[in-house]
Write a protein that binds this ligand. Structure first.
Ligand SMILES: Nc1nc2c(ncn2[C@@H]2O[C@H](COP(=O)(O)OP(=O)(O)OP(=O)(O)O)[C@@H](O)[C@H]2O)c(=O)[nH]1
Ligand SMILES: [Mg+2]
Length: 196
C-alpha cells in the first residue's frame, strides 16, 4: 500500500508549460467547484492543510501538484463550473484543466468528486463521456455522504452504479471527508492505478 501521508507540496501552476516533466504516474482530482476535491486530498494524505479548502467556491484556482515519492503525484485541479468567476477567467481555468487532461501522458486516472446531493450533473457527464472515449479510468466519489442518511446514500449509490454501467473503467463509492468514511476503498483504487 502506498504511503499517502508522505505527500509533499510540489508546485502550483497557472500555465500548462509549467508542469513538471511528463514522467512517472499522476492521479488527478476533478469535479465541480465546492464538491470537496481539496478536502478529499487532505483526508487521503492525513494533512489538514496540504490542499487549501474553503467555504467559498472557486478556492483552488491553479493546478496544485503534490509528490508522494519521486515518481508518484497527486494533482488538485480547479473546480469546474464556478459561475461567479468572470467569463474569460472561468474560460481560462477550463482551458487549463482541459489542456492538462488531454495532454498528460502520465495521468493514470481521475477521481471525479461530486457532492452526493448533486450527483452526475452535466459537467460530470461530459467528463465521463470524454474519459470513456479517451480510455481514461474514472473513480467517482459521492462526497459529503454525511449530509444524507444511510438509506438516501444507498439509493444514490445504486442509481449512479446503474448509470455508469455504460462506461468502461468507471467505479463509484460513497465518501465523507468530514466523517472520514470510504478512505480504505479510495486508497485501494489509487494503489491499483499507481501500480500500472
Ligand atoms: N459536510 C461535508 N462537507 C464537506 C465534505 N468535504 C468537503 N466539505 C466542505 O465543502 C466545502 C468545499 O470543500 P473544498 O475541499 O474546498 O472543495 P473543492 O472541490 O476543492 O472546491 P474548489 O477548490 O473551489 O473547486 C468546504 O466548506 C468543506 O469543508 C464532506 O465530506 N462533508
Ligand atoms: Mg479545491
Amino acid at each position: 500500500m502506498i504511503n499517502f501521508s508522505a505527500a509533499k507540496f510540489l508546485i502550483s501552476i497557472a500555465n500548462i508549460s509549467q508542469l513538471p516533466e511528463d514522467k512517472g504516474l499522476e492521479v488527478a482530482f476533478a469535479g465541480r467547484s465546492n464538491a470537496g476535491k481539496s478536502s478529499v486530498i487532505n483526508v487521503l494524505t492525513q494533512q489538514k492543510n496540504l490542499a487549501r479548502t474553503s467555504k467559498t467556491p472557486g478556492r483552488t484556482q491553479l493546478i496544485n501538484l503534490f509528490a508522494l515519492d519521486e515518481n508518484k503525484r497527486l494533482v488538485d485541479l480547479p473546480g469546474y463550473g464556478y459561475a461567479k468567476v468572470a467569463g474569460s477567467l472561468s474560460r481560462q481555468w477550463a482551458d487549463l484543466i482541459d489542456q492538462y487532461l488531454t495532454s498528460r501522458h502520465c495521468l493514470q486516472g481521475v477521481v471525479l468528486v461530486m457532492d452526493i446531493r448533486h450527483p452526475l450533473r452535466e459537467i460530470d457527464l461530459q467528463m465521463l463521456n470524454w474519459a470513456n472515449q479517451s480510455q481514461l479510468a474514472i473513480h467517482l466519489l459521492l462526497n459529503k455522504a454525511d449530509k444524507l442518511n444511510y438509506g438516501e446514500q444507498k439509493k444514490i449509490l445504486l442509481m449512479v452504479e446503474q448509470k455508469i454501467k455504460l462506461f468502461n473503467s468507471t467505479t463509484v463509492q460513497l465518501f465523507s471527508s468530514h466523517k472520514i468514511n470510504g478512505l480504505d476503498e479510495l486508497k485501494q483504487r489509487l494503489s491499483d492505478w499507481y501500480k500500472d
